[in-house]
Design a protein around this ligand. Structure first.
Ligand code: SF4
Length: 353
């Protein structure tokens, strides 16, 4: 029997496999947090399976990640960024995950040879940062993370190591470990910026434990940045409260991601027009420096600019005329502008330390 949000029903193993249903797993601390937060009715959509996962449209490969994979486990889509898949496991599994093809499964997309990854990056001086991703790198032991970092730290042109994680929401106790603190210090001493890309979708996910861990990370020269994704289940005022809370505890708002219609998660997708309304509402209810850009990604190497509109540093929303074709929007989005930056400016990161 599988407990879905809408009903409990008998589901066979083969039905789960045919529909590529992401495993249901939520950490104990997060189960407690979503009830304690008072937001269970909203937070349940993030981690509890829905009947809509079985019959939704879309494909598992929405991002062209295979096309951008340059050595096993390493994607190189934008010149300065490498994305390194280090695990297919996560603390809990988000129902909207864009890597549903990988997470909670056995995947051959995880990097098997970090030496080969490092050789590629060393030959590409334009690559200034690597994002450890997956899956969630913080489900790995710190000793395994150290082994990965061993290969990256000697590369001089790498300026930052980013670690994408939702474990601050799902299992903040993971960040208690003193060895983890040593890892962060090690990256810092090697002359690279250790940056935690903390994935928070809802203010109710930010527990007092998460807040303490964020403050501790900041004391160790580690810059936490917040990443969220727009979802149909989101209430704009709540997302605004989430960014405001991040700002309050010292997590720099970094970016807001437009979810893709990945198979099994397409019911979370927000139409561009609705997304624009949501972002306008968020900008109108916060006075904080908001994410510099709202990114809509395209599955090729050159187009990580938004599809027609984005959040600018002055909180204005720019957009192409509503009559524009998709190609015109794309050309507009690709125009050279100082406002579009893929990396957080080093000066801004410096100010946070
Ligand atoms: S933690 Fe990240 S990788 Fe894992 S299921 Fe959630 S969104 Fe996907």
């Amino acid at each position: 029997m599988l407990k879905l949000i809408e009903e409990t029903r008998a589901v066979s193993e083969s039905e789960l496999q045919v529909n590529n249903i992401t495993p249901y797993h939520v950490t104990k601390s997060h189960c407690e947090q979503i009830v304690k937060s008072g937001y269970y009715d909203q937070l349940k959509y993030i981690v509890e399976p829905s009947i809509r996962e079985f019959d939704g449209p879309g494909t598992l490969h929405r991002s062209g990640e295979h096309d951008n994979t340059v050595v096993p486990g390493l994607q190189h889509k934008y010149a300065q960024n490498g994305i390194l898949l280090v695990t297919e496991r996560c603390g809990s599994y988000c129902r909207y995950c864009l890597r549903k093809r990988i997470v909670g499964k056995v995947s051959d997309e995880i990097a098997p040879d970090f030496g080969r990854v490092a050789q590629y990056i060393a030959r590409h001086p334009e690559t200034t940062n690597v994002l450890l991703s997956g899956g969630d790198p913080f489900v790995l032991s710190t000793s395994n993370l150290n082994k990965t970092v061993d290969h990256l730290l000697p590369i001089e042109h790498l300026k930052s190591i980013r670690l994408g994680t939702k474990m601050l929401a799902y299992a903040p106790e993971r960040f208690d470990e003193s060895a983890l603190s040593a890892l962060v210090q090690r990256i810092h001493r090697a002359g690279k910026s250790p940056i935690i890309i903390a994935h928070f979708d809802h203010v109710g996910e930010i527990s007092s434990g998460a807040e303490r861990k964020v403050r501790a990370l900041r004391l160790r020269n580690c810059t936490p940045c917040a990443r969220s994704s727009l979802k149909s289940t989101m209430i704009p005022e709540i997302l605004a409260a989430t960014f405001a809370k991040c700002h309050e505890i010292g997590v720099r708002p970094y970016y807001l991601f437009q979810a893709r219609p990945v198979k099994g998660g397409s019911h979370f997708q927000v139409a561009l027009g609705r997304g624009l309304e949501m972002v306008a509402c968020i900008c109108g209810t916060t006075r904080i420096k908001f994410p510099r850009r709202w990114v809509r990604s395209f599955p090729d190497r050159t187009s990580r600019q938004p599809a027609g509109w984005m959040i600018c540093p002055n909180n204005e929303i720019c957009r192409t005329p509503s009559s524009a074709t998709n190609m015109e929007r794309l050309r507009y989005a690709r125009r050279p502008t100082k406002d579009i930056q893929v990396e957080p400016p080093a000066a801004a990161l410096g100010r946070q330390r």
